[in-house]
Design a protein around this ligand. Structure first.
Ligand code: RB5
Length: 141
């Protein structure tokens, strides 16, 4: 699967772990940055990942900042993006099953790599349920 990955300085170290995990799982990764712990502005990174999805390069995106909050606010400004900020596997699964989330947001200052990799795995494995959930998504335009 093609996955676009982005972080700010707060998420840089965790992004490296997520990227390694995804590569080991056989995914094709587009890393839009940032590439060090030097301070950057998270909206610019969120924009890059969202554009990768909107332009069809990737089916899914993962955004990591300190809390995941800024990234999720920025990504959800795009009509085509349904970004879910998840702190545990249950909401990650439900965000796919009920909301068809296409961007996963993570907080590197909130979670350790162990639970993050569980969240990423279940998020990627879960299919959208469709049906009444599709109607609700369609209502959002
Ligand atoms: C950066 O200090 C921090 O504000 C950012 O990583 C993120 O947590 C914003 O929501």
């Amino acid at each position: 699967m093609n996955i676009s990955l982005g972080c700010d300085h707060g998420g840089f170290l965790l992004k490296k772990e997520v990227e390694q995990f995804l590569v080991n799982e056989g995914h094709e990764i587009y890393d839009v940055g940032c590439y060090s712990e030097e301070s950057v502005d998270y909206p610019e990174i969120a924009d890059k990942v969202c554009k990768e999805l909107i332009e069809g390069r990737s089916a899914y995106g993962i955004l990591i900042c300190g809390t995941g909050i800024g990234m999720s606010i920025a990504a959800n400004r795009y009509r085509q993006i349904r970004a879910a900020l998840c702190h545990e596997p249950f909401t990650a699964r439900m965000s796919r099953e009920h909301n068809d989330s296409n961007v996963l947001c993570l907080g590197a200052r909130v979670l350790g790599a162990g639970i993050v990799l569980d969240i990423v795995k279940i998020w990627l494995e879960t299919e959208f349920a469709g049906g009444r959930h599709l109607r609700r998504i369609t209502l959002m335009g």
